[in-house]
Design a protein around this ligand. Structure first.
Ligand code: DON
Length: 562
């Protein structure tokens, strides 16, 4: 949640004008413009090029993902997974493409515990044991075949070229390499690409990935089939097993992308279409917005408003910890998260003058989750749209590249609750619902989201581990208050996740008066967090026709409208 943006008076626009604008927008086929915001300028450009060549937003999403896999290898890639929220303008169809990694068949609930029953340090984040079965190649093939207009090979062409010819190392990636230098050095193939004789390369050094180019070619040529079956898949599974992982060729052959119904709810005049489990994002948003819906936020002073936002997040993140996991393995009380009556019940424990200590809420057991990941937002001139958050989990994932393959494996197994009672890198807590089981997908915070009102459209999402959901929550509130795309991504952020019981704030998120007023209510604050996400936003204003794309100033990305 970000707090600096102040509500702007949109009320100046008379209601009939808005109604007419909305009616015109609905009648219009699309914005007539293409817009993409992603975490790297080369990825944004590749997406726009695919659109210019006759592709739609889905083809662009494939091109953007594939280029990000090459130029932002610490964050997502062929060895990872993610979620694609897709809207097809022609029939208004929304679909959530779940390409989350799945646990291998030999995964066991206690696989990361030592003989003493305690988590083995680093086991779920480094090396091939930490890797789930990747979903990205399957996602690209599925998206292109079912919703795209171009052959997969055309959308992957830019990524293949950049992998082969190289791209200049930029400071943000160099920094990530520095953080993981020792782990990257331990994987011969990773070291060959990301280190220069064992050292961190200089900014501007060309990063060439010939093995990755060949793997991308194999995916392009076979529409991902040869990634999951046959010689390549057998060699990949054998390498992972030899180096300490648990994969089998059958795990790869069994992997499927799953189409799911998005979570959909209303908040005031907005319809929010967002991520269902195994993302926790959509239901946590529904829970938090359901609580806020009982207050007239516009009539409240800013400290009270922020207090209520924190209290809503506290309760929604608590519910996340208790109930959420892979819906194919655990029964999730979806109706409860969406119910106005449940929200009303949650509100009864909120006092306007006091923070609720988190340990007064019913306790839950703890689990795991961590940093890196990337998001992009695409709107094409016909109104098709994609919000995608994709990941290999922590920076450089498992920091392991199977020989000859050229891509890093994820460490998404760490997003499972590896043991009850053990908070993770993001101090998130989880319960039985998110324990490890063969074939299961770990609970995620990734929350690609669309928000639509009679006035316009917001496409939003971010990396940031546990802060993803509060970040999207804040972006939605800012957008509903009238903020433009650039203001939304720049606003300083504020976060509460139930446990630890502290409000995490970015510098500038609160005025001194707001902070004092919140402290008086009993809130405690934490500063100094370094990862606040990398939000990518596209907006479309129906009244003016204006389309904006903005990339988070905390990152290196680009938002372009063409
Ligand atoms: O799925 C999840 O929630 C995590 N694997 C996402 C990790 C992440 O966003 C790290 N970002 N800084």
């Amino acid at each position: 949640m970000s707090a600096r943006f102040r509500p702007r008076a949109l009320a100046a626009l008379a209601a009939p004008v808005l109604w007419l604008a909305a009616a015109l927008a609905l009648a219009a086929p699309g914005p007539g413009r293409n817009a993409i915001a992603s975490a790297h300028p080369l990825a944004t450009q590749a997406g726009l090029d695919v659109l210019a060549a006759g592709g739609n937003a889905v083809d662009a999403a494939v091109a953007v993902s594939a280029v990000l896999a090459v130029v932002e290898p610490a964050s997502s890639g062929v060895g990872g997974g993610g979620f694609y929220l897709v809207h097809i303008a022609a029939d208004g169809h929304d679909v959530f493409v779940d390409a989350r990694e799945s646990a291998p068949g030999k995964a066991r609930r206690d696989m990361f515990l030592g003989p003493d029953g305690k988590p083995r340090s680093g086991a779920s984040i480094s090396g091939p044991l930490a890797a789930g079965i990747p979903g990205e190649p399957a996602a690209w093939a599925h998206l292109a075949a079912r919703y795209g207009r171009l052959p997969l090979a055309q959308s992957l062409a830019a990524a293949i070229r950049i992998a082969r010819d190289g791209f200049p190392l930029y400071a943000r990636l160099q920094n990530a390499i520095r953080v993981k230098q020792a782990q990257l050095a331990a994987s011969k193939d990773a070291a060959a690409v990301f280190l220069d004789h064992g050292q961190v390369p200089a900014v501007g050094a060309m990063i060439r990935q010939p093995d990755l180019a060949r793997t991308l070619e194999l995916i392009a040529r076979s529409e991902a089939r040869e990634f999951y079956r046959g010689r390549f898949a057998e060699r990949l599974a054998a390498a992972v097993t030899r180096d300490g992982g648990l994969w089998s060729a059958e795990d790869l052959a069994r992997y499927r992308v799953i189409e799911r119904e998005p979570v959909r709810f209303r908040y005031r005049d907005a319809t929010i279409v967002t991520s269902p489990p195994p993302s926790s994002g959509g239901l946590v948003l529904a829970d938090a917005f359901g609580i806020l819906a009982g207050y007239e936020l516009g009539t409240l002073d800013s400290a009270t408003r922020i207090h209520l936002e924190i209290e809503a997040l506290r309760r929604a993140y608590r519910d996340r910890a208790e109930y959420l996991g892979d819906p194919d393995f655990v029964k999730i009380p979806v109706e409860q998260f969406l119910s106005p009556l449940y929200a009303a019940g949650q509100r009864t424990s909120i006092r306007l003058d006091r923070a609720t200590p988190s340990d007064l809420l019913r306790p839950v057991y703890t689990g795991e989750e961590s940093p890196s990941t990337t998001h992009f937002s695409v709107l094409d001139h016909d109104g098709n749209r994609v919000a995608a958050t994709i990941s290999i989990n922590l920076f450089f994932g498992a920091t392991y590249v199977a020989p000859g393959t050229g891509f890093l494996l994820n460490d998404t197994m760490d997003d499972f609750a590896v043991a009850a009672g053990t908070p993770n890198a993001f101090e998130l807590v989880g319960a039985d619902a998110n324990s490890i089981a063969p074939g299961k997908r770990a609970l995620s915070s990734m929350t690609p989201t669309f928000v639509e009102t009679p006035k316009g459209l917001l496409i939003v999402g971010s990396p940031g581990g546990s802060t993803i959901i509060s970040n999207v929550f804040g972006c939605v509130l800012h957008w509903l208050d009238g903020a433009g795309a650039a203001a939304i991504v720049a606003a300083p952020r504020l976060h509460h996740q139930y446990l630890p019981d502290a409000v995490m704030i970015e510098p500038g998120a609160l005025t001194a008066e707001e902070r004092a007023a919140l402290e008086k209510r009993g809130h405690t604050f934490r500063t100094g967090r370094s990862s606040w996400g990398n939000t990518q936003v596209v907006t479309w204003d129906y009244a003016t026709g204006r389309v904006e794309a903005a990339s988070d100033p905390r990152g290196f990305g680009a938002g372009l409208v063409y």
